[in-house]
Design a protein around this ligand. Structure first.
Ligand code: ADP
Ligand code: MG
Length: 204
């Protein structure tokens, strides 16, 4: 598939708007098991991304993703800023404008590895990563009804963080008390995947 300038812009705008629209929900989740700033952090970052959407999408997919990642590192702050920044910058390192599903899956796998290295984190620790592993599995499977399956996998993965005990990030300070709440970063990752799936559906 070809990710042209118009598609790049649609992706950037859709992702940014979805995160911005859910900022209050993300903050509420972070209030329960963190310090209540995840929504504000993400809104600040994605408002800057939205403001730069034209400029970013005029570049190649690789450069737009790197620019998006850099903007998030500069604007989001907290633990999530450098981690989301790493995710998008890593995607930018591997993706060309013309991509196959297999290349997207390889790029997501490399981005997950980059986030793991940066956060010293693994699957099952109640973080944003818990959404990207099942998303990668769907990408590897391929097959029909793709956006709907991506969306469903991301939703289920975020819900699956509820019974987990946090091992990384601020929520880990709560130990057992982190159990019973959705991880805010998992929810923001779900929103990002959801918005990408919406754009893919529109392209199909
Ligand atoms: P902070 O925790 O500094 O206040 P945010 O509230 O913006 O930052 O982001 C919190 C989210 O970041 C968590 O919900 C979790 O998903 C993610 N996170 C925190 N630490 C890590 C880590 N080491 N690896 C992966 N994700 C992490
Ligand atoms: Mg926080």
């Amino acid at each position: 598939m070809m990710i042209d300038r118009e598609t790049r812009k649609r992706l950037i705008v859709a992702v940014a708007n979805r995160v911005i629209a859910s900022a209050d929900e993300l903050t509420d989740l972070d209030r329960a098991i963190g310090d209540g700033d995840h929504g504000t952090n993400m809104r600040r970052g994605f408002e800057a991304v939205l403001a730069a959407a034209d400029e970013l999408s005029a570049k190649s997919l690789s450069e737009s993703l790197k620019g998006l990642g850099t903007t998030l590192v500069m604007k989001v702050g907290g633990a999530s800023g450098p981690l989301y920044g790493t995710l998008f910058m890593s995607l930018g390192k591997t993706l060309a404008d013309e991509v196959s599903l297999e290349q997207v899956a390889d790029a997501v796998a490399a981005a997950i590895d980059a986030v793991k290295a940066r956060g010293k984190s693994e699957a099952g620790q109640k973080t944003m990563l818990d959404v990207f592993f099942p998303v990668l599995a769907v990408l590897r499977e391929g097959g029909g009804d793709f956006p709907a399956r991506l969306r469903a996998a991301a939703r289920l993965a975020a819900e699956n963080t509820v019974p987990m005990k946090a091992i990384r990030g601020r929520a880990s300070f709560l130990g057992e008390r982190s159990i019973g709440h959705m991880d805010p970063g998992a929810r923001s990752s779900e929103l990002i995947v959801d918005a990408v799936a919406d754009v893919m559906e529109g392209c199909a």
